[in-house]
Structures are given as structure tokens and as C-alpha cells.
Design a protein around this ligand. Structure first.
Ligand SMILES: [Zn+2]
Length: 209
């Protein structure tokens, strides 16, 4: 029976591990954009060796598959990306700076551009032996340069969810964040209430005079 055959497919261990890592970065595109934005603003000087290990593998995972997992319950059967060798701490800092520069400029000036980047994109049809009607399209990309790969990942997320990117107006915060709702102005309820308290005090003081 076709279905039982399909159901009995066991995925190689490395693929399952890789997929779990993807889910840890984020299951949806906004969640993945949030991961990038938080990484861009993270204080790398304060990381413990364990946190470094996690970050190195998370960034590598993100770069090899910059799209949101499309079918949550069905990991892709093939990894098309060439993948990358382990990253070094210097490479992580380099990517962080590129993200930070781009995101900050985009939020402050409302536009940002990279230098010229070279990416190779490929796509092909993969017929399903058991279900001819289910032909899938494989896509791949490769870039020689790490920062190019990283910017390519950000590009996809911005194209879909860029408008959720904003800066917290609370004057002691100013953190860049990805909103969970369209009308969310402050990064957190703490910042919102700090601002409300400040406005309230201001009004009270005006009233006294
Ligand atoms: Zn804030």
C-alpha cells in the first residue's frame, strides 16, 4: 500500500537533528525574523562558552535554510543547501555587524542597501515516485561569502514581514524588535507602562502649576 510505505519512511538521524534545530530558531517567518533581530542586538562579550556553542550552531542552521519551515510536520526530504563548515566566533561577529548595520539603518532611515552580493539560485522539479501528482520543486542557493548567505536569509524574512520591524520609542530602551501585533508600538509591557507613568507624572506636574 502506498500510504503505509510513505508512512514508514524513516528520516536519517542528522536530518531530524537539523530539523529540530530549525524549529528552535523559529517555526514561523516572524519568529525567525525575531531571532535575527535579537541576535543582531545581542551582547556577544557576555556569552558563556556554552552560549557560544549554541549560537555558532544556531547561526549556521539559520544560514543553511533561511526560509520558514513551510510544512511544519513534514521536514523536507532533502537538504539542498551545500551547508557550511563550522563557524568561528569572528565569523559570527562579522555577520552580527552586517545585520546590525542593515537593520538599524532600515529602522532609522527607512531604507538600507548592501554592497553588491553574488548569489547563485537554482530550482528543479522532483517527481514523487509514488504520487506523480505531487511533484515538488527543489530550490537551492549558494553564496561564496558568509555575509552574503546571511543577508540572503534576512532578505526573505524582510520581504514577508518587514513591517513588523520597529524601534521601541521608550527613551531608555530604544531596542529594535519584531512586533507580535500590527499595532504594537512598545517592545514590552514594561516599556509601555514606564512611558505611561512618565506621561501621568508630567500631567500631574502641569496640573500643580
Ligand atoms: Zn522597549
Amino acid at each position: 500500500m502506498k500510504t503505509s510505505k510513505e508512512g514508514s519512511v524513516t528520516r536519517p538521524v542528522f536530518l531530524r537533528r537539523w530539523w529540530n534545530q530549525q524549529l528552535r530558531i523559529g517555526e514561523t517567518a516572524p519568529a525567525r525574523l525575531r531571532w535575527v533581530v535579537e541576535f543582531a542586538q545581542r551582547d556577544l562579550t557576555a556569552l558563556t562558552p556554552g552560549e557560544w556553542t549554541d549560537l555558532l550552531s544556531a547561526l549556521r542552521t539559520f544560514i543553511t535554510y533561511p526560509f520558514p519551515p513551510i510544512a511544519h510536520h513534514h521536514p523536507p526530504r532533502f537538504i539542498y543547501s551545500k551547508g557550511r563548515p563550522r563557524l568561528s566566533q569572528d565569523e559570527v561577529r562579522e555577520v552580527q555587524q552586517a545585520y546590525q548595520r542593515f537593520i538599524t539603518r532600515l529602522v532609522n532611515k527607512h531604507n538600507a542597501t548592501t554592497d553588491e552580493l553574488r548569489v547563485t539560485v537554482g530550482a528543479w522539479f522532483i517527481p514523487d515516485r509514488h504520487h506523480p501528482e505531487r511533484t515538488v520543486v527543489g530550490v537551492t542557493h549558494s553564496a561564496e561569502n558568509l555575509v552574503t548567505d546571511a543577508m540572503w536569509g534576512l532578505f526573505w524574512l524582510l520581504a514577508a514581514h518587514g513591517p513588523l520591524l520597529r524601534q521601541c520609542p521608550e527613551r531608555t530602551c530604544r531596542r529594535i524588535f519584531v512586533a507580535t501585533r500590527k499595532n504594537q508600538a512598545y517592545c514590552s509591557t514594561q516599556c509601555l507602562s514606564r512611558q505611561k507613568t512618565r506621561e501621568y507624572r508630567k500631567r500631574k506636574e502641569k496640573g500643580k502649576r
